[in-house]
Design a protein around this ligand. Structure first.
Ligand SMILES: NC(=O)c1ccc[n+]([C@@H]2O[C@H](COP(=O)([O-])OP(=O)(O)OC[C@H]3O[C@@H](n4cnc5c(N)ncnc54)[C@H](O)[C@@H]3O)[C@@H](O)[C@H]2O)c1
Length: 427
């Protein structure tokens, strides 16, 4: 395996070609490996065959480049038997009871196990609770009468990709790896060393690697919860929370700034900590900080609506019947991902309350979504709206102009970074 990896003879299979899997496939083809991308979505396979990308971080040109570099997208899992290293990047959502939805990992592992050739290395990258690799994935493969360390190798390595991040991508972000045996560790770390420009950090087991990923995202979840609570407190004390955070951030040690916003979004931060809460209930332990920060973060969209009542009230207006233009549907800047986006919750509530909402989002407008989204709006038309509401700080938006041309603006992202302002309102 080590020789095959070093000589670029190893054939790589990426199972799940989404926000994580597609950049991973690009990284592997760029490093000189032959790559098969597997997905159950015929629509995605068709788009890739037509050399079209469906995520921001990979362009159409990069898809062409991938095909030029020995890439193939397929839904035929029999081709797994041609693969030396399989990387699983399938979704890990929650069900309606905030419990892990493991069906994707189970079904992907079943497809892999049924077609595995001798000596294949399987790596799980999906974010999940500690124990998944050894308690869920391994037993499915073992059932095929295959022995770990002889017939196949298994490791966990969390994906840390941060969509829209212009500095860090799959290739230059350090990678943590935890294998089930020494060979699993060696093969998996050799693989990543050959495709990434960053360091590989080996840990003693898949469980440590699974857990450290949940620590990373729980850390963000709780600190964003703290920033959001600070925003609520500061508003009651008539202080500008952004000025407070920026002042605290001048401390060169012991403080790391996190910022408030209209709520948590995306496929990771609102979801991953619940994997941990669920798992540890098995040991009769109830997580406390995760529940508390979720409560704060989950109430932010409703808090924004409360603030909008007050903002419109200043102009003797109600939400009912108001024309509101919303800037941004995606959960964070410069991407098109609107999954779990607080903007979706806020817009739905505004519509329920009788507002006429126009949504502007240059990123979401470019993809298929169930929302009526315009790519841009004439700045001179903003005075036809009662309010401009900034929910996502996409780089395409001219915030100075929005504030200047709007009747009034409520900015949940402090886009102009001003500490005192009378002509618009900041979260
Ligand atoms: N999106 C992120 O920023 C990010 C960052 C780090 C980690 N993660 C984690 O990575 C994992 C994947 O997330 P994502 O955002 O790429 O999800 P995604 O929904 O964008 O992509 C997952 C892909 O897997 C495919 N799929 C589902 N079941 C399959 C199966 N049985 N076989 C083959 N393909 C299958 C889907 O069709 C989809 O294309 C999740 O565990 C997520 O928590 C995501």
């Amino acid at each position: 395996m080590i020789e095959k990896i070093k000589n670029k003879d190893a054939v790589i299979g990426i199972v799940g070609l989404g926000y994580v899997g597609l950049p991973m496939a690009y990284t592997c083809t760029s490093a000189g490996y032959k790559v098969f991308g597997f997905d159950v979505s015929d629509e995605k396979i068709k788009m890739l065959e037509d050399k079209k990308s469906y995520i921001n971080d990979i362009s159409d040109d990069q898809i062409v480049e991938m095909y030029d570099n020995q890439f193939n997208a397929t839904s035929d899992f029999k081709l797994i038997n041609e693969i030396d290293i399989v990387v699983i990047c399938v979704p890990t959502p929650l069900n309606q009871y905030k419990e892990p939805e493991m069906d994707y990992i189970i079904s992907a592992t079943n497809s892999i196990a049924s077609n595995l050739s001798h000596g294949t290395l399987v790596i799980l990258e999906s974010t999940t609770y500690p124990g998944t690799t050894e308690e869920v994935v391994k037993p499915i493969i073992d059932e095929k009468n295959l022995t770990i360390g002889q017939d196949y190798f298994l490791a966990y390595s969390p994906e840390r990709v941060d969509p829209g991040n212009e500095k860090f991508n799959t290739s230059n972000t350090p990678k943590v790896v935890g294998g089930c045996t020494n060979d699993c560790n060696n093969f998996a770390s050799e693989f990543y060393k050959n495709i990434l420009s960053s360091d590989v950090h080996l840990v003693s087991s898949p469980g440590v690697a699974e857990m450290e990923k949940l620590l990373e995202n729980t850390f963000r979840h709780i600190n964003i919860g703290l920033a959001n609570e600070m925003a609520i407190i500061c508003e009651k004390l008539n202080l500008n929370v952004w000025e407070v955070i920026n002042a605290a951030a001048t401390k060169p040690y012991g403080f790391m700034p996190f910022y408030p916003g209209p709520g948590l979004g995306g496929h990771c931060i609102p979801i991953d900590p619940w994997y941990l809460s669920w798992k540890i209930k098995e040991q009769n332990y109830i997580t406390k900080l995760i529940g508390t920060s979720s409560e704060i973060n989950d109430q932010m969209p409703e808090y924004i609506i409360d603030r909008l009542f007050s903002v419109l009230n200043k102009f003797k207006k109600s939400i009912n019947g108001s024309n509101i233009v919303v800037f941004g549907l995606a959960y964070k800047k410069n991407i098109s991902d609107y999954r779990e986006s607080p903007a979706v919750v806020i817009i739905k509530r505004l519509q329920e309350l009788g507002a006429n909402v126009t949504i502007v989002d240059p990123h979401v407008a470019q993809i298929n979504s169930p929302y009526e989204v315009v790519e841009k709006i004439e700045m001179d038309s903003l005075n036809n709206y009662d309010l401009s509401l900034i929910l996502t700080d996409h780089k395409e938006f001219d915030f100075e102009c929005i504030v200047e041309k709007s009747v009034y603006t409520f900015d949940t992202r402090n886009t102009l970074n001003r500490h005192s302002n009378n002509d618009y309102e900041v979260l």
